[in-house]
Ligand binder design. Structure first.
Ligand SMILES: Cc1cc2nc3c(=O)[nH]c(=O)nc-3n(C[C@H](O)[C@H](O)[C@H](O)COP(=O)(O)OP(=O)(O)OC[C@H]3O[C@@H](n4cnc5c(N)ncnc54)[C@H](O)[C@@H]3O)c2cc1C
Length: 395
């Protein structure tokens, strides 16, 4: 869809590279941009490409929840350690919630989520991140933020008028990274010829929880690989046709959003509902009941709400139309990710199931693959490929 004219264009691409980040924009609590709506997941699924590990969504434990001007800003958890600020996190009654020495980041994230879930959270749904009572004193604590995370420290001051050295702030877990994505091989090719994925759009290679620093490294290295192999393929192909019925179908889909409805809803209100459902369903702590409920809610939105989406009947620069298409794809992406989370009956990485709290290597040290078969999602396990470091044998 050419936004400037509203025209549907068929692009004769010999190779297509998906490089549109992860799908973290389908959650309400995220520290990623809202533009990461996961269109690549839904679109790859629709053309029959395999997707991998969509249940592995990494969370960061201490993102600001208030005020709105700084919502989703990462506040470094590690700086609470005794060698830095020696701060802590507190519930609404000012009870410290973390033991010392501090648990690793992921464990702390789940403790924070549990405190909020139990109703012990702060007024805006977080916990207090407090360094004001540190035995180190304010000058030393300030120096730590000024030297280790100067941009964040200044941003929070400027955008919210909060000096976190002087007053406690409200933080909560937010989705941070998509370890799942389009299944690729070593040439970054998807399971469909001519389709490539790079960076956070590709999945599987980070396992169940990515290591710090691996996001940017992967974006660069996979970007180079995908570019190289996509170019080599394009060189071999002389011409390509775009089936006219595909363009017609896309035009009809777009027309359906422009038509007046009896009880119309806006795409932005649909997006908001999707994000709220995904936020409480694909949460840091999951169980079968909440996952099934979330799946049903998403399916209901697809059936009942999506056909009511209406946008102004104009063609050029119709951003509402773009939002409608995004919302439609978000629904598919949400459905697929929830289905994968229901499927994996163990806890691993950031997929924590309170009804299956243990990691089960014997049955589940495998990748979850989801693919469309005869119009329906088919889910199965595939052994991971180990190249250099081999895990211990499973007894
Ligand atoms: C707060 C934060 C801190 C991080 N810190 C680190 C760190 O310290 N070290 C590290 O290694 N990694 C870190 N990461 C992760 C790292 O930044 C990302 O993994 C990496 O930027 C992903 O690169 P990418 O090119 O795949 O996607 P992105 O950088 O997300 O770029 C994707 C682009 O595609 C656009 N897009 C989305 N959908 C569409 C569409 N349908 N059509 C067209 N365009 C679209 C998006 O708007 C975006 O501009 C951090 C991430 C966040 C959010």
């Amino acid at each position: 869809l050419d936004l400037t004219s509203g025209e549907v264009l068929g692009i004769k691409a010999k190779s297509t590279i998906l490089a549109c980040g992860g799908y973290t924009g389908i959650w309400d609590q995220t520290d990623n941009p809202p533009t990461l709506t996961g269109a690549h997941i839904a679109m790859s699924y629709r053309v029959g490409a395999e997707l991998v590990n969509l249940e592995f969504n990494d969370f960061y434990g201490t993102d600001l929840v208030w005020p709105p001007s700084v919502k989703g800003t990462v506040v470094l958890y590690e700086l609470l350690a005794p060698q830095f600020t020696d701060g802590n996190l507190y519930d609404k009654d000012w009870k410290p919630i973390l033991p010392k020495p501090l648990p690793v980041r992921d464990e702390a994230m789940r403790i924070i989520y549990q405190v909020i879930r139990e109703g012990r959270g702060t007024p805006h749904g977080g916990v207090w991140y407090d360094v004001t009572r540190s035995p180190k004193g304010k000058d030393e604590v300030r120096k730590i933020y000024e030297t280790m995370t100067p941009k964040h420290y200044e941003f929070i001051k400027k955008a919210a008028g909060i000096d976190l050295v002087e007053e406690p702030i409200e933080v909560a877990p937010a989705v941070h990274y998509s370890s799942g994505g389009v299944y690729i091989n070593e040439r970054c090719e998807a399971s469909i010829p001519g389709l490539y994925a790079a960076g956070e759009s590709a999945g599987g290679y980070q396992g169940a929880n990515r290591l710090a620093g691996m996001g940017l490294a992967a974006a660069h290295t996979l970007g180079a690989q995908a570019g190289k192999y996509a170019a080599l393929r394009a060189k071999e192909i002389s011409s390509i046709e775009v089936p006219s019925e595909q363009v017609k179908k896309a035009e009809e889909r777009i027309e359906s959003y422009l038509k007046p409805k009896s009880q119309p809803i806006t795409p932005s209100s649909l997006k908001k509902q999707i994000r709220q459902i995904v936020g409480r369903t694909l949460a840091p702590i999951r169980n079968a009941q909440m996952l099934e409920k979330g799946l049903n809610e998403i399916l209901m939105l697809k059936e009942k709400a999506l056909p009511k989406v209406e946008v102004p009947d104009t063609r050029a620069f119709n951003l509402a139309l773009m939002e409608a298409l995004e919302a439609e794809l978000m629904l598919d992406t949400a459905e697929l990710a929830i289905r994968c989370a229901i499927f994996r009956k163990e806890s691993r990485g950031h997929h924590y199931r309170e009804d299956y709290p243990k990691m089960d290597d014997k049955n589940w040290r495998k990748q979850t693959i989801i693919v469309m078969e005869r119009g329906e999602p088919k889910i199965f396990l595939r052994p991971p490929i180990y190249t250099k470091l081999f895990p211990p044998e499973v007894s």
